[in-house]
Design a protein around this ligand. Structure first.
Ligand SMILES: [Zn+2]
Ligand SMILES: [Zn+2]
Length: 337
């Protein structure tokens, strides 16, 4: 097995471009293990990279495809009966380097970890879709807009006046959301997430919990950004769309809405992972602080990384909670509800 450095070196040598996309579909898959192996064989052959989850309930993929293999990929996928017609969401912004460094395809219980028991409600009873132009109108008339993503995603970019919840997981958010917005049950509510998959589940869950008028953005922030550009509409998404690949985010709005979590002064929307692998915390850093701390989140992590692994881990584990509390304080300066 190649390590990260070796994989990156291989990618650096590539003389072709890759197309980054995501897609999902809730569809009955009889044998997820078989489907997984079949996908893995073909997508490896086509040199695709990314992260794909397969479950009895469907597929969720974030990946890239070498441009010269695009047609082969497209006809392969669309010829699998379960995935015929699945819409692709293309990256809003490609970086020079590959968005993924390897191909991982996993069989999962669910394609999104939502913590819900699907037998207790009707997951197919989803809310209505809203397209970019309707989204803009809703924002203009003051509709309650709920960001169905984690706080660290919303911190670097979100819709104008969106409600951002102080949560780290989708599971936690679904437990809290119906209670937090219980006074909005009779009003129009608009949900959104990165590419739409979380809102399929969330909108059905909210309807089940008595919300009478739930809408969600079709194709999420990604499709919104494309449509706004295509139709020349005003863009009401401010900042960056957080993405779960090496790019960490794609620019949608021009402005930077977040600050460096180290100095808390410099504006930045660049996420990095702490270089100390026992910590590996995701945080926003400005260029100056990144250089100052050599890519670590703190002096502690920088110093402890020189200790033997066991000692390092012990110190870092003790510090993690403190760390993450400190960073959450910083996020609160965005508009958490
Ligand atoms: Zn800084
Ligand atoms: Zn750290």
């Amino acid at each position: 097995m190649k390590n990260k450095e070796e994989l990156l070196a291989d990618l650096a040598k590539e003389n072709f471009k890759r197309r980054t996309l995501s897609f999902y579909k809730y569809v009955k898959i009889e044998n997820p293990k078989e489907m997984r192996d079949m996908l893995f064989d073909k997508l490896s052959e086509l040199k695709c990279l990314g992260r794909i989850y397969v479950a009895h309930e469907g597929i969720n993929a974030q990946m890239n495809v070498p441009e010269h293999n695009w047609d082969a990929f497209n006809s392969f996928l669309q010829n699998i009966p379960e995935f015929t017609g699945v819409p692709y969401k293309f990256a809003v912004e490609e970086k020079g380097s590959s968005s993924f460094i390897k191909l991982i395809i996993k069989v999962r219980e669910k394609i999104v970890a939502d913590g819900l028991d699907d037998s207790t409600f009707d997951p197919a009873n989803t809310g209505e879709y809203a397209l970019a132009e309707e989204v803009n109108e809703m924002i203009d008339r003051g509709t309650t807009v709920i960001d169905m993503r984690n706080i660290y995603e919303a911190a670097i970019g979100h819709f104008e006046n969106a409600k951002i919840m102080n949560v780290d997981t989708f599971r936690e958010q679904l437990q809290k959301v119906q209670d937090m917005f219980k006074d909005k049950k009779d009003e129009e509510v608009l949900l959104y997430c990165t590419g739409g998959i979380r809102c399929e589940k969330a909108s059905a869950w909210m309807k089940h919990n008595g919300f009478k008028n739930v809408k969600h953005i079709k194709g999420g922030i990604i499709d919104y950004a494309h449509r706004v550009k295509e139709l020349g509409l005003p863009n009401k998404f401010k900042g960056k769309n957080f993405v779960f690949d090496e790019r960490m985010g794609e620019r949608v709005g021009d402005e930077i809405i977040s600050a460096c979590q180290i100095c808390e002064k410099e504006k930045s929307d660049e996420y990095i992972h702490c270089k100390n692998l026992s910590c590996h915390m995701l945080f926003i850093s400005c260029k100056k602080c990144e250089k100052n701390l050599d890519g670590y989140c703190s002096r502690i992590c920088q110093i402890c990384d020189k200790f033997p692994k066991k000692v390092n881990q012990l110190f870092i584990n003790r510090n993690q909670q403190k760390h993450s509390n400190q960073y959450k304080k910083n996020y609160k300066r965005t508009n958490v509800v």
